[in-house]
Design a protein. Structure first.
Ligand SMILES: [Zn+2]
Length: 209
């Protein structure tokens, strides 16, 4: 399939981009200054689906398509007409940061497992957690290792925030490196226990909530 591209000047989005890079550099303790992420703004759901390779749900507004350098967002101009989201600058800035955060995570570990950890880090580092309703109990994020679902985004940011708070950023980032290439859930659990000295279960998370 063929696509055309053209470059774009947009001061607002560029501002979002620059602060995202600055804050994510700080979150991930790296200095990404060469071959920086590229942002592609997609002009319609139809084009988004063609790029994606399938029909996407109406809440899907951004993706990396598994890339290490590019993110693809539904353009702000069609954000409301082509999705079920309400546009606000705050939401769009957080979305941009969330997708770029996935690129940063990918420099530590290449695979997209476990979903709760990868999405949780993106939610935490993008500031989206502050926009999410608080939770009373952890009860479903661990289900999302290989496959997503409706509960994935509700708890995972809070779960990762707890790990970050209790064990520190350095350990969290070290853990990301350690699990690079690990796609088996049991292997992941073993590395989790080895690193954090706790079993991966809801008990610990609920005790520390
Ligand atoms: Zn994500």
């Amino acid at each position: 399939m063929l696509f055309t591209i053209h470059s774009l000047k947009d001061r607002k989005i560029e501002k979002f981009y620059n602060s995202a890079i600055k804050e994510l550099n700080s979150f991930y303790r790296v200095d990404w200054n060469r071959n920086k992420p590229k942002v592609f703004l997609i002009s319609s759901r139809e084009e988004f689906d063609k790029l994606y390779g399938r029909k996407t749900e109406e809440w899907v507004v951004g993706t990396t398509l598994g890339s290490s350098h590019n993110i693809y967002l539904l353009s702000p101009d069609v954000y409301e007409s082509e999705s079920n989201h309400k546009y606000s600058d705050e939401e769009y800035e957080a979305l941009l940061k969330h997708e770029i955060s996935h690129l940063y995570t990918r420099t530590f570990c290449k695979q997209y497992q476990p979903l709760w950890l990868i999405e949780g880090i993106a939610i935490l580092s993008s500031g989206q957690l502050e926009r999410k309703p608080a939770i009373k109990q952890f009860e479903n994020f661990l289900k999302y290792f290989n496959e997503g679902g409706p509960g994935l985004y509700g708890e995972s940011g809070y779960a990762v925030e707890l790990l970050d708070k209790e064990f520190g950023r350095e350990k969290l980032l070290k853990f990301l490196k350690l699990i690079n290439g690990v796609t088996d859930e049991d292997d992941f659990k073993k590395l989790f226990k080895k690193t954090f000295k706790i079993e991966l279960s809801y008990d610990w998370f609920n005790k520390n909530i």
